[in-house]
Design a binder for this molecule. Structure first.
Ligand code: GLP
Length: 242
């Protein structure tokens, strides 16, 4: 695993955005897997600025989701579909036709999970998957004790993740969905390049366990140790326990 320590979140965003621009230069129809949460936002802002600033044609780029809440009404602003449309797809001038994700409002959730794994494979697999990390070491919504070989499936959030994500729901934990669909750890490991951005002191313990701890389902992000091309971009605060 490659670990790159940068001064701050903005520098991390710039670095990763440049690697996405390079990828799209080599492969204009690359499939970019995107994560939500606050950590990746500097990536999407820097990427949009680079694309707009250079006039680069990214119209063939494809975007897919990492995870989704189950049961939010269609179009809810905090659904991950709406978030990715707002933060990534629309700023890049792409349309919904370039974007796909798991259906969190499907009646048959298990079927939606299987369909999503199939859609990812049929799309040729993810070229570059952006990841954040939860304070408990989760990636996507693969909470501690998730199988390292897991595929896309339904999961129940831990109380810690519900508390962490309440800030997107007016600080009200009662509004945070309890169930989610997430790419499994095995699904995530299928991507050709994994890039995790971790920023802030609150992620320092999870980062240290991911990089220096043993491979363990207790720290789902430690699965990156298994991947032949995984990059951790960490700001100085998040690197403080390395
Ligand atoms: C959620 C998302 C993860 C994300 C995590 C951390 O749980 N499912 O993909 O990495 O939040 O979010 P943040 O970057 O806001 O700390």
């Amino acid at each position: 695993m490659e670990v790159v320590i940068v001064p701050d979140a903005k520098a991390g965003g710039e670095l990763i955005a440049q690697s996405i621009v390079d990828l799209l230069g080599r492969k204009p129809d690359a499939l970019l897997g995107v994560a939500t949460g606050s950590s990746p936002l500097p990536i999407y802002q820097a990427l949009t600025a680079k694309v707009k600033g250079s006039g680069m044609d990214v119209s063939r780029a494809r975007i897919c989701q990492l995870d989704e809440y189950v049961g939010l009404p269609a179009g809810h602003p905090e659904s991950y579909r709406a978030t990715v449309l707002r933060e990534v797809v629309e700023p890049l001038g792409l349309t919904e036709a370039s974007f796909f994700g798991p259906d969190g409002s499907a009646e048959d959730v298990q079927g939606a999970c299987e369909a999503y794994d199939k859609a990812l494979a049929e799309a040729g697999g993810v070229d570059l998957q952006i990841l954040g990390i939860g304070t408990d070491g989760h990636i996507g919504f693969n909470e501690p004790c998730s199988s390292l070989a897991s595929r896309t499936r339904i999961k129940t959030l831990t109380q810690q993740t519900i508390d962490d994500n309440a800030r997107f729901f007016d600080g009200d934990t009662a509004q945070v969905p309890r169930h989610v669909i997430t790419q499994g750890i095995g699904t995530i490991l299928d991507a050709r390049h994994l890039v995790l951005l971790a920023t802030g002191e609150g992620k320092a313990e999870a980062v240290a366990q991911t990089v220096e701890g043993p491979l363990s389902a207790l720290v789902p992000a430690s699965a990156l140790q298994l991947h032949p091309h995984a990059t951790m971009v960490v700001d100085e605060a998040a690197a403080s326990k390395l």
